[in-house]
Design a protein around this ligand. Sequence first.
Ligand code: EPZ
Length: 421
Amino acid sequence: MDRIIVRGNGPLSGQIPIAGAKNACLALMPATLLSEEPLTLTNAPRLSDIRTMTELLASLGAEVTQLQGGKVLASGCHGEINPVADYEIVRKMRASNLVLGPLLARLGHAVVSLPGGCAIGARPMDIHIEALEALGAQIELKEGYLHAKTQGGLKGAVHEMRFASVGATENFLMAASLAKGTSVLKNAAREPEIVDLANCLRAMGAQISGDGTSTIEIQGVDLLHGATHPVVTDRIELGTYMLAPVIAGGEVECIGGRIDLIAAFCEKLDLAGISVTETDKGLKVKNRGDRIKAVDVVTEPFPGFPTDLQAQLMAALCTAEGTSVLEEKIFENRFMHAPELMRMGANIEVHGGHATVHGVSKMKGAPVMATDLRASVSLILAALAAEGETEVRRVYHLDRGYERLVRKLSAVGADIERIHE
Ligand code: EPZ
C-alpha cells in the first residue's frame, strides 16, 4: 500500500485549483438512469469514488465514458437496465445507495444492497426508505438487500424527514421528478450538492423549486431528457486546502473557491484570527505565522459547520492558543483522527461526541495511519507544520476524495511525496 511522507517545510505560497465536488458528482451520476438520453457532466473530479460509481452504473446497464482525462463524464442509459445493485460494489461506497430512487422512478422496481457500516458510523437507510415509501414504494429487506417495487408507478406526496439526510433528499428528488403529481419534501437537506442536483434535474426537464431551503416542491413529469451540467466546486476540498496555510503559515489562493459554499467554516477561521479574502479567481487565505486562537465547533447540517471539515479543523486547532471543544453531531464515530494526531504530540481528550483540544506549541512528525477519507487528510495537514517527518499509511482513503493531493500541495511549497508500493 502506498505511503505519503511529509516534512514540515515552512510557509506555503501559491495557488491550488479546487476540483468539482465528489459529493455532488456521486449524486449527479445516478441521474443518468432517469433518462434514455445522454447526460454529460463537466468539471468532474478524478477520484476513485467516481470510478466506483462508474462501475456500479455499468453493472446496471448505464455506460459512463470518461473524456478529457476524466474531467468530463458522458453517460447514457438507453438499453436494458439491470435493477440489481450488487453488494460487492455497494459495500465499497455508501453513495451507491443513490441508485435506489432513480431505478424505482425509471423501472418501478429495484434491488439494492444495504451498504453496510463504515468507519465513521452505522449509517442506516431508514430515512431513505421512509421517504421513498411516502411516494408509494413498497420496500422490504431480504438477505441484506432492499427489495423495492411500486404498483402503477410512484405518486407525488408530502413527506417530512425526521432528519435532514443529504442522501435521502437526493433519492427523493430523483424519484419524485418522475412521480405522478406534486411532491413536497419537508426538513430537506440544504447542502450546495442538493442545489447542484436540482439544477441538473431542471436542465433535464424536471420541475423543482425550493432546493437550498428546508422545503422542496417537485412537480412530476412523464419524461426527462438529456443535459450537460457542470459539477459544483468541492466545498470540502476547498476548506481542506484553506487550512494548509492556516497550519503551515504563508498565503494560498484556492482557485474556484466561493465563500457562500463554506460560510460557517469561514466564520470559524475569522474567530481563530484568520481572514479570508475573495479574489476574482477564488479565495485567498493568509497566516503571517501567528498561532491561531482556539475556537469551539459543533457540526450540523448545512448551513451549519460541515462534519466533513471537522477533522481538518481539529488538525489546525492542535497548535492553537488555548482550548477548543469540537462536538460531532452528525456521525457517531468521527474522531478517529484524534489518536493519530496524539501520536504527533497533540493533546486531545475524546468523550463520546466531544473532543477537547488543548493547543500545543508544535507537533512532531510520526508514522500515522489513515482511517477514513477526512481523517487521512487531517494528518497530512498537521504534518505540514510538524517538526521532522510524518509517514501516513493507507493513503488509498485519500484517493477517494482528493485528486492529485501531493501535486497540489507540492506546488505551493510543501515537502510531500508519495511512495508507491
Ligand atoms: C453525505 O452522506 C456525504 N456523502 C457525507 O460525506 C457527509 O458527511 C454527509 O452527507 C453529511 O453531510 C455523500 O454525499 C456521498 P446523511 P449521507 O444521510 O448522505 C444518519 C465524505 O467524507 N442517517 O446526511 O450518507 C447517518 O447515519 C462523506 O465525503 C440515518 O440514520 O449523509 C448519519 O449519522 C462522509 N438514516 C446522518 O444521518 C438514514 O437513512 C447524516 O447522514 C440516512 C442517514
